[in-house]
Design a binder for this molecule. Structure first.
Ligand SMILES: C[S@@+](CC[C@H](N)C(=O)[O-])C[C@H]1O[C@@H](n2cnc3c(N)ncnc32)[C@H](O)[C@@H]1O
Length: 313
């Protein structure tokens, strides 16, 4: 099935999208959590694993120590450029087993039915117009009794929660407007076929409807925490990402325009959107000042789920 929506055509191999799958991956999940999940998932050396929408092979290199010995990892993506770079990277991490990369579409995977012991994805379903169709396809290529795993967020709930930023105190009115903006943007994105940014907590139910069993879910413990003097490497990396995000005028223009289109599609009143941009400008000006002074602090949670299920025998 070929999708016609714009987001499915988005190119993750360059620019701001590529930066996201390189820079934000460094501290995405705590290393000790990965160890815990490997045991929770029941990973074993020698498994055949398919990673759909693999990007640069993040899930492959993260879990390789737990299944890679004698194992077989196949990363599938629609981007040839990312696959080439992922292949180069795998020469370093994929020791003692086999790693390969294939061009392919999440809606029509290049495998016969019942091929893999483990099929997985991370931040793929949230971008697809028809995530349930992709899930169905992932289940098709799984062996009976095989393991499904995905990591997908609920960005809407994160956007609706009260978060701490030292740079700016949002008034109650600001906060209510922010909720309205986020809900409308979310609706608009779905209407434009750009995916469901809050898909994470809906996946267990979809899996159940698709006949999967042993469904279970956990949440990422990661907190986006910054407090001067930014003592940990993790804080230094987050600060770098935020400064880049908050000072790049080209990116800002892009997000404002994309947001306006989505807000309109979601049925919003553009006067609200413009008011929100004014508030964001105030926030950004104050944040930039604090980045310079070295006084910026924040503490915000994320709603990022890891979900597992088994295909019935
Ligand atoms: C947000 S990135 C995630 C990459 C990787 N899973 C990670 O977590 O770093 C989404 C990836 O899905 C790929 N993708 C998007 N739509 C796809 C589709 N229909 N079929 C296959 N890959 C797709 C993109 O090229 C991109 O590499």
């Amino acid at each position: 099935m070929k999708s016609k929506n714009k987001q499915d055509k988005a190119d993750w191999s360059k620019g701001r999208r590529r930066r996201a799958i390189v820079e934000q991956r460094k501290y995405l999940w705590y290393p000790e959590a990965i160890e815990k999940y490997a045991s929770w998932l029941g990973l074993k050396p020698g498994m055949t694993a398919i990673d759909v929408g693999c990007g640069l092979g993040y899930l492959g290199y993260t879990y390789w120590p737990y299944f890679g010995k004698g194992g077989h990892y196949i990363g599938v993506d629609k981007s040839e450029k990312l696959l080439k770079d992922a292949e180069k990277g795998a020469k370093v991490w994929a020791r003692g087993g086999k790693a390969e990369f294939k061009m392919g579409d999440a809606y029509k995977l290049p495998f016969e039915g019942g091929f893999g012991d483990w099929v997985m994805c991370q931040t793929l379903l949230m971008h697809l117009e028809k995530p349930k169709e992709a899930l169905k396809e992932m289940i098709r290529v799984l062996k009976p009794g095989g393991l499904f795993m995905c990591k997908e967020p609920d960005n809407l709930s994160a956007g609706l929660s009260r978060q701490f930023f030292s740079a700016y105190e949002f008034s109650h009115d600001d906060f209510i407007l922010q909720a309205k903006i986020n809900l409308t943007l979310h609706e608009g994105r779905k209407k434009l076929g750009r995916g469901d940014q809050s898909i994470g907590n809906k996946i267990p139910h979809m899996l159940s409807e698709l006949g999967m069993r042993g469904i279970d879910i956990r949440m990422n413990e990661r907190v986006h925490f910054l407090e001067p003097p930014y003592e940990s490497e993790e804080q230094k990396q987050l600060l770098k990402i935020l400064i880049k995000q908050h000072t790049n005028e080209k990116d800002k223009k892009y997000w404002i325009e994309q947001g306006r289109e989505e807000f309109k599609a979601g049925g919003g009143n553009l006067a609200d959107y413009d008011r929100w941009i004014e508030i964001m400008d105030k926030f950004l000006a104050a944040a930039r000042k604090q980045y310079k002074d070295g006084t910026f602090a924040c503490c915000t949670g994320s709603y990022f789920y890891i979900i597992k299920a088994r295909k019935p025998r």
